[in-house]
Design a binder for this molecule. Structure first.
Ligand SMILES: Nc1ncnc2c1ncn2[C@@H]1O[C@H](COP(=O)(O)OP(=O)(O)O)[C@@H](O)[C@H]1O
Ligand SMILES: [Mg+2]
Length: 334
């Protein structure tokens, strides 16, 4: 049984400003096994954070099931969900914004224990806080300081300490390194990898950038305008991407590597509008250089391309060949 299982999960919003419906997440199914990292990749506005919030039940899905350890979270009462939260934690992109600026580091990190581990007295709690701070590479002395007195990297270590102190099984990492400098980013990634190994954690690692997650994830799910377009083992998807969208994301990453042999693919225009997504046709068709008429008139679903590798593209078989031979038919306006 997977640790986390999403089945047919959808979430719509009224568009900000009042015009139309945003299909933020459409019919998403996804599994994460215990101890595994699944990367969720896509441009800004793809629906990644919404999916993360649905997993944590910070949002209620319109449709579908979110099962954690076999329990459908959408059926739990507020009290049951509060208990479940100790097993299901989150780290956000902006560490400073997610930390109360007036609380000491020790109180921030210890707070989840007050909610989830009421049996602990204050001394035992302080001891747990000290151990947890050390485990994330902070000195126990930092517990008396305020978030504003720490660097961005240290603040993110506090966010991670707060997430692991309740011994969770799964952590949703929502772009945890995107606001950090490159050198600090590498340290935080390495800390997350160490913690995963030591504590047997599973991660849903959200990022707009494939290079960030490539070495720390086992599987990848590529999201665009609310839908998962490709999913599979990271090494296979990066070596042999079958969806034009994945290929395009990799093309932007590879632009710094002159030895890379994968042919480039450039999408037409910017990310589409989530208020204009229709039920029929591929969500990428308006931007896809490989799109043909059938891409606009059929229901496009994820289908197995090879074991564990699924692609929502009717031209998945041809992706590399079409690009290599420069024989892309269709053009954007076909
Ligand atoms: N509470 C909300 N109300 C209206 N629209 C929202 C809300 N939350 C997210 N959206 C919209 O849903 C889409 C997906 O957003 P989000 O999940 O934040 O994407 P990502 O994390 O991939 O950047 C965007 O178009 C965003 O503007
Ligand atoms: Mg986001």
């Amino acid at each position: 049984m997977p640790l986390l299982e999403l089945e047919g999960v959808s979430k719509q919003f009224h568009a900000r400003g009042g015009k139309g419906i945003v299909r933020a997440v459409s019919n998403v199914s996804l599994k994460i096994n215990a101890g595994e990292t699944v990367a969720l990749i896509g441009e800004s506005g793809s629906g990644k954070s919404t999916l993360g919030r649905l997993v944590l039940r910070l949002l209620e899905p319109d449709e579908g099931a979110v099962r954690f350890d076999g329990v459908d979270l959408t059926q739990l009462s507020v009290k049951e969900m509060r208990e479940m939260r100790s097993k299901l934690q989150v780290v956000f992109q902006e560490p400073f914004e997610s930390l109360n600026p007036r609380m000491s580091i020790g109180d921030i990190v210890g707070e989840p224990l007050i909610i989830h581990d009421r049996g602990l007295n204050s001394d035992a709690r302080k001891q747990r806080v000290r151990e947890t701070l050390e485990r994330v590479g902070l000195s126990p002395d930092s517990s008396t300081r305020l978030p504003g007195q720490l660097s961005g990297g240290q603040q993110q270590r506090v966010g991670i300490a707060r997430a692991i102190i309740t011994n969770p099984k799964l952590i949703v990492l929502d772009e945890p390194t995107s606001s950090l400098d490159l050198s600090v980013r590498a340290q935080i990634l390495s800390l997350l990898a160490d913690l995963q190994r030591e504590l047997g954690l599973a991660y849903l690692f959200i990022s707009h950038d494939i290079s960030t997650v490539e070495y720390v994830s086992q599987r990848i799910a590529v999201m665009y305008l609310g839908e998962i377009l490709e999913t599979g083992p990271v090494s296979e998807v990066i070596r042999d991407p079958r969806h034009p969208y994945t290929r395009a994301l990799l093309s932007s990453r590879l632009s710094t590597d002159p030895n890379e042999s994968l042919p480039r693919l450039r999408l037409i225009g910017d990310i589409g509008s989530p208020t204009e997504v229709r039920a029929i046709g591929c969500v990428l068709a308006p931007r896809c250089p490989m799109a043909i008429d059938a891409c606009r008139s059929q229901i496009i679903q994820l289908i197995e391309f090879s074991p564990n590798h699924e692609v929502a593209c009717i031209r998945a078989e041809e992706t590399s060949d079409a690009l290599l031979s420069n024989s892309i038919s269709g053009g954007g306006s076909n």
